[in-house]
Design a binder for this molecule. Structure first.
Ligand code: ADP
Ligand code: MG
Length: 285
């Protein structure tokens, strides 16, 4: 659950984007005055069309790009001068980005080795991360011997294996087909709830944003146009990105949140409810 203790970091939220701007060419701003506060444990989604600057925001958070103006503050500390490896942030991209010459287990061990963890700790953590994404039997395979969905689960495990407090996911499911995408949405949400890790998730898919997020920042043309819970986003759509034809989705998303326990299967009759033993969720279609 999102933190309610706003004073934990001297009054600062877990992550604060403070009037962040970015220009690649020194003339036009790709990100224009980006302001966003994120609570610890929150699942926040940047939802916006292609080219709106979503990846640029994530790259600045990760430290691979630098703001032209403004500052990003993590746990009360400005991080613009901090290199990526010192930010302790897990990353998942659309194209998996696994090392092809390494086995799955070696891919997962890598972030721990660069952090100089003892070998025995590495083995334990790699095993735990593989089990978390249900790939316990696949440690010895190479990425090319896995399906796309399995490769993306390895990428998720690799982002989480060093137990980061913050994970960034940039359209991680974009390359997967619809069924697999929906299954992975559930898995990622489930992992988020289990670990309590803070997630900044990027997608251009409205239903994905609605089913996964605590809050959605609708991002367009370099600015946040609307910041709201999925329920609020749908009941009072303030931007053209949330057409009223999708408002019916909210009933489903709302209902899916209230369904928990082992007997939910029988309560989910509509085709767009997806039920697993512990919870129900909704594809929103
Ligand atoms: P999104 O992730 O929402 O699709 P991006 O952040 O990738 O958007 O891109 C926003 C804009 O910035 C686009 O016009 C894109 O062409 C431009 N852009 C992204 N990365 C670079 C870069 N490294 N150099 C120059 N322009 C870039
Ligand atoms: Mg992008």
């Amino acid at each position: 659950m999102p933190s309610t203790d706003a004073d934990t970091w001297g009054g600062s939220p877990f992550v604060k984007f403070d009037n962040v701007q970015k220009s690649y060419d020194g003339e036009s701003l790709v990100v224009k005055g980006f302001n966003l506060y994120i609570d610890q444990g929150e699942f926040i989604t940047l939802l916006g069309p292609s080219g709106s600057g979503k990846s640029t925001v994530l790259m600045m958070m990760a430290g691979f790009e630098h703001p032209t103006h403004g500052e990003i503050i993590l746990k009360g500390q400005p991080i613009s001068q901090l290199p990526p490896h010192k930010r302790g942030i897990g990353l998942v991209f659309q194209n998996y980005a696994l090392f092809p010459h390494m086995t799955v287990a070696e891919n997962l061990a890598f972030p721990l080795q660069v952090r100089n963890l003892p070998k025995s700790d590495i083995e334990t953590k790699v095993k735990r991360a593989l089990d978390m994404v249900r790939l316990g039997e696949f440690g010895d395979r190479r990425p090319a011997q896995l399906s796309g969905g399995q490769q993306q689960r390895v990428a998720v495990a690799r982002a989480l294996v060093f137990e980061p407090e913050l994970v960034l996911m940039d359209e991680p499911l974009g390359a997967l087909d619809k069924n697999l995408r929906e299954e992975m949405q559930y898995e990622i949400k489930h992992i988020h709830e289990d670990l309590g890790v803070t997630m900044i998730y990027v997608t251009h898919d409205q239903s994905e944003a609605l089913t996964m997020s605590d809050r959605i920042a609708v991002f367009n043309d370099g600015i946040v146009q609307q910041l709201a819970s999925p329920q609020e986003s749908m009941s009072v759509p303030q931007t053209h990105l949330l057409p009223s034809s999708l408002v019916k989705t909210i009933d489903c998303a709302e209902r899916s949140r209230t369904l928990t326990g082992n007997n939910v299967r029988s309560r989910c009759q509509r085709p767009n409810y997806h039920c697993k033993p512990r919870s129900c969720w909704c594809s929103g279609r």
